[in-house]
Design a protein around this ligand. Sequence first.
Ligand code: NAD
Length: 129
Amino acid sequence: MDKVKVGIIGTGFIGPAHIEALRRLGFVEIVALADSNEAVAKQKAEVLHVDKYYGDYMNLLADKEIDAVHICTPNHLHYRMAKEALLAGKHVVCEKPLAVNTEQANELVEIAREKQLVNAVHLTYDFIP
Ligand SMILES: NC(=O)c1ccc[n+]([C@@H]2O[C@H](COP(=O)([O-])OP(=O)(O)OC[C@H]3O[C@@H](n4cnc5c(N)ncnc54)[C@H](O)[C@@H]3O)[C@@H](O)[C@H]2O)c1
């Protein structure tokens, strides 16, 4: 089976936990990471043993090798990054919350449905207003 090739956006606290968990699956390869600038991304790529790094996540989204992205950035960036990732043809696994209101979340669901892509959030805030 071909490995699923993943790019990680955001490598603060939770990004490295995603990398660790994905590597344990055995069928996923972390091909690149992106952070808020090139120096940070380079340093994180060295520490986390990821070959490619980007200081601008839009360049990661343009990387044709990547099938899916994990969005591990602050909450206010999730919607924009998930939308751009889906529009770039990438499957999305996003940290919670997926978006900051239902309009944004519904829009992402629609784009994912239209493009036949995964748009996943693995922890919900159902009972937190
Ligand atoms: N599921 C969980 O148990 C859990 C736990 C902690 C955090 N989270 C969620 O994970 C997300 C990140 O939290 P954290 O604690 O890792 O935060 P953090 O501040 O430690 O890390 C955020 C990372 O995003 C990067 N970043 C910021 N702007 C960026 C941009 N424009 N482009 C690329 N990278 C950018 C930062 O440089 C940093 O590396 C939050 O949405 C939070 O709710 C989930």
